[in-house]
Design a protein around this ligand. Structure first.
Ligand code: DGT
Ligand code: CA
Ligand code: CA
Ligand code: ZN
Length: 570
């Protein structure tokens, strides 16, 4: 899957054109890059089928360039532009506080070409010496760097899953494998994935390994052996494949799913019984195999209830399993509605009708149309009159949509915590989300007060993407989360689990804290195009990692109960 590679090059083209002062084009390239990055279908498949222009923002000109990247791994136009500014622009501009102009300045003044250079300059306090940057910018860059560093070379969960599925499909299509399963952090649903760990059973291991190492998207074979091979894909991502015997598949799956910390605890438990647990199985002191073929059997033999992969982080799951107090994690099949959807009335790409159809096709029971209100000149959003008209359209379409369309809005939380939703429309809005979009770097006290004011607002049902983080790009805002969660629980304000791959906000740890206070969750994809509706599953996985059950999640309720359970229905 070459989506990440194509997106990266288009983003860089956008930045380079912006630096040259070219109008309009940068936006067009960025829009296309974002759409390709978010697209769950391999871009090379779309290219092969001549369907590139179906992607939002991709016209003939960009389609040609995409085809060139798919075919050759690079783009002549990009190389030309890059000759003038030979830096790793995409990596640098992903750091919060660095746009293309700052990147150029940093290159010209300090010779900074990549993240390592930037880190050194920041550590040595040299950034503040550049005219026009100063100490505040340096601090911002340092914070951004910490965020970028943590996620560097790691893939977002929501990008890793489509990639893994695609690889599994390609491998299965060779007919050389009995089955192939993703393990590792991906299976645990971690928000970013360092490398992909695939496990497989094959009756023709040599051919199976050869097939893996010659997959179409392989840039480099890092290791090729009879039991384990490693490849690097064109976008730099590493994939390991292990062939294991069928009678030890469960043990291998358990072992390679991790986490390491969870496995250590489990091995200790086996050792305490005089047993041995490894990737080959659970064996007694005299070598008798107690379990190994299926994963659940290992937990059973150790006297434990099955622990879902999302909980395997050594955060109390083993004790809970032993005590029989593990939560019954929310099942994806119970989440059949999406509570955060945009259309082209604000900054979405698709019409209300198209979004509704796509949702119905996916078997969703309901979606809430929650476009932005206009809060800043530069960002498309609805006026109160537009919203009134949209509410009418939602109701009209509801009759024939094949699923329930809820009226809604995503309002903005101003710096002082006030929410700009038109109060006279509240009775017509099924759901009001309020989110922070600007001034994310307030001090902890001011941010807490701001969020609390929004949470206390009687018109607000859901606090949208509460921390404002963009994984690998922008750190979460600072606030007294316990206080926010306590008040959310008390007022009945739901906390969003924004399922967009770059957000996953709230994340798993904060979710666990929030439900500890009795707060409710609302999963929303924040879809800006039809394909984004598929993000829903990542919201569910994240909720599961936060120990959430169906009862914690508004989405699991039938629509009428959902409306009764939201804050304004209580
Ligand atoms: P990642 O790739 O950084 O997102 O995280 P993981 O958890 O996928 O880690 P990875 O790819 O290094 O290894 C996959 C799993 O294999 C890991 O979760 C547990 C198991 N594993 C790997 N190395 C060790 C080890 O040294 N000891 C133990 N107990 N387990 C290991
Ligand atoms: Ca891994
Ligand atoms: Ca690995
Ligand atoms: Zn939104």
């Amino acid at each position: 899957m070459k989506n990440a590679l194509v997106a990266k090059i288009l983003y860089e083209v956008a930045d380079l054109l912006e630096l040259e002062g070219v109008p309009f084009k940068p936006r067009a390239y960025r829009r296309a890059a974002r759409a390709i990055e978010d697209c769950p279908t391999p871009i090379e498949d779309l290219a092969a089928e001549g369907r590139l222009t179906e992607i939002a923002g991709v016209g003939e000109a960009i389609a040609q360039k995409v085809a060139e990247i798919v075919a050759t791994g690079k783009l002549a136009y990009h190389e030309e532009l890059k000759a003038k500014l030979p830096v790793e622009l995409r990596a640098l501009t992903q750091v919060e506080g660095i746009g293309p102009k700052t990147a150029r300045l940093l290159y010209e003044e300090l010779g900074i070409r990549n993240l390592a250079d930037l880190e050194r300059a920041a550590a040595e306090g040299r950034i503040r010496s550049v005219k026009g940057l100063g100490e505040k910018t340096e601090q911002k860059i340092r914070r951004g760097l910490a965020e970028t560093r943590g996620a560097e070379k790691r893939l977002l969960l929501g990008r890793a899953w489509p990639l893994a599925r695609h690889l599994v499909e390609q491998l299965m299509a060779t007919g050389l494998y009995r089955h192939v399963e993703p393990a590792g952090s991906l299976r645990r649903g971690k928000e970013t994935v360092g490398d992909l760990d695939l496990l497989a059973v094959s009756d023709r291991p040599d051919e199976a390994m050869r097939a893996f190492c010659s997959l179409p998207d392989v840039a480099e074979v890092l290791a090729q052996g009879p039991k384990r091979s490693s490849i690097r894909l064109s976008d730099g991502f590493q994939v390991d494949l292990r062939l294991v015997p069928a009678n030890a598949f469960g043990a291998a799956l358990q072992y390679f799913t991790g986490s390491k910390e969870h496995n250590i605890r489990l091995r200790e438990r086996a050792a305490a019984r005089g047993w041995k647990l490894s990737e080959y199985g659970l064996t007694s002191a005299d070598g008798e195999v107690l379990a190994g073929e299926d994963e659940a059997g290992i937990y059973r033999a150790l006297g434990l209830a099955y622990i879902p992969p999302e909980l395997r982080e050594d955060r109390g799951e083993i004790a809970a399993s032993e005590a029989g107090t593990l939560p019954e994690l929310v099942d994806a099949r119970r989440v059949r509605c999406d509570l955060h959807v945009h259309t082209d009335s604000s900054d979405g790409e698709a019409t209300l009708l198209a979004m509704a159809r796509a949702a119905a096709e996916r078997g969703l029971r309901a979606i809430a149309i929650t476009d932005h209100l206009r809060f800043a000149q530069a960002i498309p959003g609805l006026s109160a009159d537009d919203l009134r008209r949209q509410i009418e359209e939602v109701r009209r379409r509801n009759e024939t949509a094949g699923l329930t369309l809820l009226t809604g809005v995503e309002a903005n939380i101003a710096r002082d915590g006030t929410v700009d939703v038109p109060r006279d429309l509240l009775k017509d809005l099924d759901l009001v989300i309020a989110s922070v979009h600007t001034h994310l770097r307030l001090g902890r006290k001011e941010m807490t007060d701001r969020l609390l004011r929004a949470v206390e607002d009687e018109g607000v049902d859901i606090l949208g993407h509460p921390t404002g983080r963009l994984i690998g790009e922008r750190p979460p805002c600072e606030a007294d989360w316990d206080e926010v969660f306590r008040r959310a629980a008390k007022t009945g304000t739901a906390l969003e689990v924004n399922a967009h791959p770059q957000r996953l906000d709230l994340g798993a740890e904060l979710i666990r804290r929030a439900i500890g206070f009795g707060a409710r969750l609302a999963i929303g994809t924040d879809a800006h195009d039809v394909g984004h509706l598929d993000f829903l599953e990542f919201g569910v996985i994240t909720a599961r990692r936060g120990w959430a059950t169906a009862e914690h999640i508004l989405n699991t309720l039938p629509v009428e109960d959902l409306l009764a359970a939201r804050k304004r229905g209580r």
